[in-house]
Design a protein around this ligand. Sequence first.
Ligand SMILES: Cc1ncc(COP(=O)(O)O)c(C=O)c1O
Length: 473
Amino acid sequence: MNSSGVLRAKPEAAQAIDGVLDKARRHLIQPWPTVGVLGSDARTLLTRSDGIYVYDERGRALIDGPAGMWCVQIGHRRPEMAAAISRQVMSLPYYSPWYTTTGPAAELAAKIASFAPGDLECVLFTTGGSTAVDSALRFVQFYNNVLGRRQKKIILSRQNAYHGSTFLTASCCGKPRDKGFMDEASDIVRRISSPYPYRRPEGMSLDAFTDFLVEELERTILELGPDRVAAFVAEPILASGGVIVPPPGYHVRTAEICRKHDVLLISDEVVTGFGRLGHMFASESVFQITPDIITFAKGVSSGYVPLGGAVISRRLIDELKSTGNDMAMFANGYTYSSHPVACAAGLANIEIIERDGLLEHVRQIAPYFQARLQELSNLPIVGEVRGMGLMVCIECVSDRRSREPLALDQEVGRRIDAHCQELGLMVRPMGHLCVMSPPLVIERGQIDDMVGILRQGIERTQADLRREGLWQG
Ligand SMILES: Cc1ncc(COP(=O)(O)O)c(C=O)c1O
């Protein structure tokens, strides 16, 4: 190890690393590849992780800025998780959920029901967030079919939303960059405006913007016909869209419109659930709404094993039963639904969140996290720093007054990430956006380290762009 704590790779180790990267380039297709990198893509190679740090192939410690992908709530390498997973593997690693029940699945369902709002107490487990939202949407379709409302099928979603990568959930996404070359179920999905205060029309007050958004939702329902609109699917904070926090009152008012027109509200808490905003679920605790269905994933198992699900209102189940149509089958489920190992990991994860007081910790440290990151807004390339809880987005612009985004092909986020990785921090880059959502266990000193590196990474990127004539700021 040299004086800066960097492990010098031995020749054999270096060869092994090259071998892994070569196999990845030749055989591994990673998410969201462009044609240019298909079949030749090898991303940062990580070899281990601990607490809020991941380690690359050179042995360098990097702060895990995005908590993997909004998910490693309890931090990396928790022995309790290894023990719980191992115990379950050694007692019953798997059996078909079609014919059997396991203790971990029943226990975890009951646990989730105990902190879900209102009468949301019926839980189905899936393999991740996409399958959670997909199952929730298919449940809504099933519900309306059983109730004899076969024409009530349209799903409303929003620009900038992200709900997953199955055909149906991808159809509900509203990130323009992801749309170009992919097909979608455009017949049953309609998108409305993003509640994006930073990009509201020039000169419009925040109150007027909120009125516009709420009116647009109601107008869309009325134009399509309430008898045709089945559900509104919405993230409480649009996460992958760039941590877009809707204006105050937005959630309560849109929930009222949905209720008024008998449109089911699906709150997609795949990111906001399990502590990121200081509560197990944010819908009621933070935004004062009780949706009909909440979808979750990521933080439910802190990413140690794949798990997701949906918690559904008892009222909807009762309504289905009251039709007397006992043979109608909700033909949805997976080989790995209710997976006992995943559910055991979920139980252990929630136990850690509760035992270590992580929700209280987030509520306490989030104002410091937000305030420290806000300091970056004095950098000339930064248009806005926004967020809530332990979620922040730094939006870079070419000009702060016009808020014009930097051209995507400059990939400013990627450049910032590359500089930050050299300095010891993983960033989640998305075009001109950088997202930070660290493990919930992060402490003040580590936030200081993160902000210090980010500042340097952004300053270096600014200097590069100026030198290359790509930005005049
Ligand atoms: C809000 C939201 N919903 C759904 C998903 C899809 O989850 P997964 O990638 O686990 O399928 C994501 C993923 O980031 C998400 O952010």
